[in-house]
Write a protein that binds this ligand. Structure first.
Ligand code: PMP
Length: 397
């Protein structure tokens, strides 16, 4: 039966992790992963999560099946967070939200639903994008192409190119957009540029699918949700995949959601019924623990305040690392202007280093980033930053 099965290529990031784990050098640094580490180089367990778990333990609940679309208190908290509790779309019941297995699960439920709805549609992802976007939509049966995004020479976003790609897309084309903290480049659109994108999406009748994996890591919870609200205010039907993996440091619990903004309450009810079929036929219903934790935090004012404080702490630490990286590179003798690193936002930096330079960083210094030049600045800390700066300076020389 399996004689003709070919070996699938290794996941590039996970492959890098394996290589890192096998590296015996004590000074090695892993900047390949998309994970936030604290200044001690540890994966944080947030205080708000510990306190929510303690509250849940006080009243241990039996583990029945959740509804197919997830825990109601969780879905409602997601809606409030993403669109605003007082937003028209939420109050009028125009948002269909399902709990999902992380942000990836939210994207996949949306992709499967869209495939049934409009099987001939094409999908556009940014050039470059999170590696899994292409594979996920291709596996859902779509032809996947890219829209212009990164401008290496300008160290920023090629907005004109992006708008031209969108203008050239056929009506009904699904456009996957990073709502904030673009992965992998770290370059986001400005509010004005978002307005221009929203206008073209509307004019061309494209289907916006916003991927929100880093809400709160850019400028703040509300600020990072601004792009979503622009699409909603323009009266567009929009898909939003939410992930709490990073913002709650709950990677392994798989907590995320898919929200679909519809034109009416009746439409939202019909859409929800279809999303539930996708869930039911894939994994039946979602798990309880992560959603219970997130719902408890978001729905308990003092825990919510604590979360916002802790999230701000992660955001501020990343910003400080960006500044120290720029300063440290200068001190290590890098002559070129590296200040673009502080204009980037979120967990990643497209460093501009070549594949050869990235490979030298790995082989000569045990500093692991991806061949594309992407580095996770959220894995830098006060102990490893000096070493990383010297290593980068050496390969830039
Ligand atoms: N989208 C983007 C842009 C991401 O970077 C990630 C996580 N690396 C995800 C989605 C998926 O998040 P999750 O782990 O919650 O599935």
């Amino acid at each position: 039966l399996f004689a003709a099965v070919e070996m699938a290529p290794r996941d590039p990031i996970l492959g890098l992790n394996e290589q890192f784990a096998a590296d015996p050098r004590p000074e090695k640094v892993n900047l390949g992963v998309g994970v936030y580490y604290d200044d001690d180089g540890k994966l944080p367990l947030l205080q708000c999560v510990r306190q929510a778990e303690a509250r849940l333990m006080e009243k241990p609940a039996p583990r029945g099946y959740l509804p197919i679309d997830g825990m109601p208190a969780y879905d409602n908290a997601v809606k409030a967070l993403v669109f605003g509790a007082d937003s028209d779309v939420v109050r009028s019941g125009r948002v269909a939200t399902v709990q999902a297995l992380g942000g990836t699960g939210g994207l996949k439920i949306g992709a499967d639903f869209l495939k049934k709805l409009n099987p001939a549609a094409k999908v556009l992802i940014s050039d470059p994008s999170w590696e899994n976007h292409r594979a996920l939509f291709a596996n859902a049966g779509f032809a996947v192409d890219t829209y212009a995004y990164y401008d290496a020479a300008a160290r920023g976003v090629n907005v004109e190119g992006m708008l031209a790609s969108l203008r050239a897309a056929a009506p009904g084309t699904i456009v996957v957009l990073h709502a904030c903290c673009h992965n992998p480049t770290g370059y986001d659109l400005t509010p004005g540029q978002w307005d221009a994108v929203v206008a073209v999406v509307k004019e061309r009748g494209l289907v916006p699918f916003l991927d929100m994996a880093y809400q709160g890591f850019g400028h703040g919870i509300a600020e990072d949700g601004a792009a979503v609200r622009k699409f909603v205010e323009a009266g567009l039907d929009v898909f939003v995949a939410t992930s709490f993996s990073k913002s709650f440091s709950l990677y392994g619990e798989r907590v995320g959601a898919l929200s679909v903004v519809c034109a009416s309450k009746d439409e939202a009810e019909r859409v929800l019924s279809q999303l539930k079929i996708v869930v039911r036929t894939n994994y039946s219903n979602p798990p309880t623990h992560g959603a219970a934790v997130v719902a408890t935090v978001l729905n308990t004012p003092e825990l919510r305040a604590l979360w916002e404080q802790e999230l701000a702490g992660m955001r501020t630490r990343i910003k400080a690392m960006r500044e120290q990286l720029v300063q440290g590179l200068k001190e290590a003798g890098v002559a070129q202007d590296m200040s673009f690193i502080t204009r980037q936002i979120g967990m990643f930096s497209y460093s501009g280093l070549t594949k050869e330079q990235m490979q030298r960083l790995r082989s000569e210094f045990g500093v692991y980033g991806t061949d594309t030049g992407r580095m996770c600045v959220a894995a830098l800390n006060s102990r490893n930053i000096g070493y990383v700066c010297r290593a980068i300076a050496a390969v830039l020389r």
